[in-house]
Design a binder for this molecule. Structure first.
Ligand code: ATP
Ligand code: MG
Length: 435
């Protein structure tokens, strides 16, 4: 069994973000944009401060207008997102070494017009599930329902899908417009192709680029064309597998904001596989955490972030400290577990600088062992008297106002016991089982 290469007390380097914290700031779905506009091109503008609150009547009127615009856009683009249900899905592959259980009893529902993000370690079955939903893979058992209709036996062409897969390249020798209309032309759809191209170029912020060839576009623009192409045949479901994987972080951010705006404007049901947790937490209405072909937890990003259902999810999502269950901090917090190790999030740690307060008296004493500037965060490594280290990260502003600790300084650390979780390394190991 491969154990994660992580020293006790250290948070995983690959998980320096705390996506659920970021997402918590957006507790309500983002409102639909008021004017139809090039959403992808203006995605960065969406991050600008919101305008002041409106009186209720104006807000109601605006909502009505938005709904009317969404209906008009849906009618013109022709998209109606399906309610997609996956029931008890199983996929076993026959391999040289025996049967490999890639997907092992998955149940999930995707509501119309929502974004579901599939997350999980490499080899956990995310792409296989997407391919099963698409009809590109035949299930060993289980069903796929679109609006209650069993489509399990339907071929991929009969499921009304849009794909944006990495490596599912654009046709290099066709213009952007011809790439977009390729699907409708193959299907001999009775639509005004020119109008469809204009609508989709506008929707994806690519106005004026219909005559270009893919090599004349940036990587981000090509992925926008891929999205426009995916939407050209009025899909009921759009499937994206690591669509922005190869792009730089700023372009990724702009594209994912644009994707969310498009989905909310036209109401297509959307499933996205991503390795980028921040991306998932930023755009998804629902996140599904995979491990070894099964779902460990599904829920809103807030639910999964605040209340991880298992040690695997707690460890996989966001930063964690690992401590021996017998360590000073765990004992001082009166946390009891029959597991050998305990996890807690750096964000749940409270540090007192003086022993005077009653809270500090119930804390475990530690020494500031190291301090690192991590951009917007300051990260401290605190060492308890039993030699166990933990990370404690604070936003720079808060650090300046409240902490500004020195290396060697004595501090008093507490963590609410209800925020601790006992675990065994076998439970958090996400490496794929082989046949
Ligand atoms: N045709 C196949 N035959 C045998 N095994 C397969 C086949 N397709 C996929 N698998 C195995 O099924 C498991 C799940 O694969 P899948 O591609 O769904 O993982 P994933 O979660 O998408 O991983 P990644 O994040 O690396 O893309 C892997 O161990 C993979 O090797
Ligand atoms: Mg994959």
């Amino acid at each position: 069994m491969a154990l994660p290469q992580r020293r006790l007390g250290a948070a995983p380097a690959a998980q320096q973000q705390q996506p659920f914290v970021q997402h918590a700031a957006r507790s309500q779905p983002r409102p639909l944009r008021r004017r139809a506009g090039p959403v992808l091109a203006s995605a960065e503008a969406a991050a600008a401060p919101q305008q002041s609150a409106q009186p209720p009547a104006a807000a109601a009127q605006q909502q009505q207008e938005q709904q009317g615009q969404q209906a008009a856009l849906q009618q013109s683009v022709g998209v109606h997102g399906a309610r997609v249900v996956v029931q008890d899905m199983v996929k076993h592959f026959q391999t040289r070494r025996g049967v490999f259980k890639a997907v092992n009893g998955v149940d999930v529902a995707m509501e119309p017009g929502t974004i579901t993000a599939l997350l999980g370690p490499s080899g956990s079955g995310k792409t296989t599930l997407l391919r099963l939903v698409a009809g590109l893979e035949e299930p060993t058992a289980g069903r796929v329902l679109f609006d209650g209709e069993d489509v399990t036996q339907y071929g991929v062409q009969d499921r009304d899908l849009g794909f944006v897969f990495q490596g599912y390249a654009l046709f290099k020798h066709m213009t952007v417009a011809d790439n977009i209309t390729f699907g409708p032309r193959m299907r001999k759809m009775n639509i005004d192709l020119e109008k469809r191209v204009e609508e989709l170029l506008e929707l994806t912020g690519l106005q004026g680029l219909g005559g270009r060839y893919p090599p004349q576009l940036s990587g981000g623009q090509r992925q926008r064309v891929a999205m426009a192409r995916a939407l050209a045949c009025n899909p009921r479901l759009m499937l994206l597998d690591e669509p922005f994987g190869a792009l730089d972080p700023i372009v990724r951010k702009s594209l994912r904001n644009g994707l969310r705006d498009i989905v909310k404007r036209i109401g297509v049901t959307t499933v996205i596989v991503t390795h980028d947790q921040e991306e998932a937490w930023d755009i998804a209405d629902q996140v599904v955490i995979f491990n070894k072909g099964a779902i460990e937890q599904q829920g809103t990003p807030q639910e999964v972030g605040r209340a991880p259902a298992s040690p695997f999810v707690m460890n996989f999502v966001g930063d964690v400290n690992h401590l021996p269950a017998s360590s000073q901090l765990v004992r001082k917090m009166n946390f009891h577990t029959d597991k050998p190790f305990v996890m807690c999030r750096p964000a749940d740690i409270t540090v007192h600088t003086s022993y005077e307060s009653p809270e500090a008296a119930a804390s475990a004493a530690a020494t500031v062992h190291d301090k690192q500037n991590m951009g917007k965060l300051v990260r401290y490594y605190l060492r308890f008297d039993d030699g166990v280290d933990i990370d404690f990260s604070v936003p720079r502003r808060q650090d300046e106002e409240q902490y500004d600790l020195d290396v060697g300084q004595r501090v008093y650390v507490s963590v609410p016991p209800e925020r601790m979780m006992g675990f065994d390394y076998a439970e958090v190991d996400g490496s794929a089982v082989t046949a």
